[in-house]
Design a protein around this ligand. Structure first.
Ligand code: ZN
Length: 385
């Protein structure tokens, strides 16, 4: 074998061993050898290297039969970290995420909707650097930054092409945030990173055809097919909130009339409610719904019907094995999930497909985007040398 090929094989073997320990920890050297077909000597050598480099450690001993002890291997906490960021109209959430997708520490900051992209990115830069310093986290343990936000994102170039919620157009986010922090930066649509997080760590573990639907300040969906995110030509696949329901309907903030989200999203619900009486928050609207004020019952029941129609449309289009409901509305009012489930299973999902998928509520809730963004950065930038 040529030297070049030998080096390649060595790197591949190291990566294989590392991935097995990461995904199946705690695990013994013998099981790794059995799964990979590598010799016990090769596995032991690689384990030795990875231990010396600070990635893995011996975690516990178990009996391996006949009085023999077998030592199990696990990851070293904090050996690889990334920074996950969720950027929304009114809030910035930042967290430090480890290899297992745990949030080591996190903070939420408020953001004014009129803040420019320039100001927001400069603020993000200092938030990240302060957070590392305050938590005494060494820069060399951080592989990069991931950012999830609502809108259409060019992931190759790291450009926010268009975000109605943030009011941004063609913002070179990755480039600017890298200048400000020195870290590599990946950016993606928030629902796509959330779906990734639920797939790797939350409600969709084990499912390879997952549709995640978000109901909040906008309406959107993301699809995982055979373990990967389905992106489409412009990375905008799943923008179901802007499908047209009624060409003569209410104006959507995207500029078109009658988009699906105008019947569901928080700002549309509030602007409708304010035609009746001053309602400042979505909580106030739900209070009115719970005491059965007729106009509030009409508004929320209509929203629930359109949410169920959204599920039906997604199920008809993609035939997923699981559907996860997420977003601010679902996080704040968990009863939405059971109501939508009921409507779907009795009426609103096309009958032959009613039993074809399982229904879930997001397990990671408001942490999903931070975790998913952190994992995205690790997928993109972590290289086992
Ligand atoms: Zn629209």
């Amino acid at each position: 074998m040529k030297k070049h090929d030998q080096d390649f094989m060595k790197r591949q073997n190291r990566l294989t061993v590392f991935e097995i320990i990461k995904n199946q920890r705690p695990i013994s050297r013998a099981s790794i050898a059995k799964q990979t077909g590598m010799s016990a000597t090769t596995v032991s050598r690689i384990v030795g290297e990875l231990t010396e480099e600070g990635y893995i450690q011996e975690s516990e001993q178990v009996s391996a039969g006949l009085g023999r002890k077998s030592t199990l291997l696990g990851l070293v906490d904090g050996s690889v970290l990334s920074i996950g960021i969720e950027l929304d109209r009114h809030a910035i959430s930042v967290g430090i995420v480890d290899l297992q997708g745990n949030i080591v520490c996190s903070e939420v900051y408020s953001r004014l909707s009129e803040d420019s992209s320039t100001d927001t990115l400069e603020r993000l830069g200092s938030i990240v650097l302060e957070m590392l310093e305050r938590n005494a986290i060494k820069r060399n343990r951080v592989v990069g930054i991931g950012v999830g936000l609502p809108g259409i994102v060019n992931i190759e170039k790291g450009i926010v092409v268009f975000s109605v919620q943030l009011g941004w157009k063609n913002v070179r986010l990755s480039e600017r945030l890298k200048e400000l922090t020195g870290f590599e930066v990946a950016v993606d649509n928030e629902l796509k990173v959330k779906a990734l997080a639920e797939h790797l760590k939350g409600a969709a573990i084990g499912s390879n055809r997952t549709a995640l639907i978000g109901f909040g300040n906008g309406v959107g969906s993301a699809l995982i097919i055979e373990g990967g995110i389905y992106r489409g030509e412009m990375n905008s696949a799943g923008e179901i909130g802007h499908t047209t329901i009624d060409p003569n309907g209410m104006l959507c903030e995207c500029g078109k009339p009658g988009c699906l989200q105008t019947y569901i999203n928080i700002s549309s619900l509030l602007s409708e409610a304010n035609k009746i009486r001053p309602i400042h928050t979505i909580e106030e609207l739900f209070d009115a719904y719970r005491v059965k004020e007729p106009w509030a019952v009409h508004l929320i029941d209509r929203a629930l019907m359109y949410m169920s129609i959204t599920v039906n449309n997604v199920v008809c289009m993609y035939n997923p094995d699981s559907v996860i409901l997420s977003g601010e509305l679902v996080d704040k009012f968990p009863e939405i999930c059971s109501e939508v489930k009921e409507l779907c299973s009795t009426r609103l999902v096309w009958e032959p497909l009613r039993e074809s998928f399982s229904f879930h509520r997001s397990e990671l809730n408001e942490r999903g985007v931070v975790i998913g963004s952190g994992l995205l950065a690790q997928t993109r930038f972590f290289v086992l040398e």
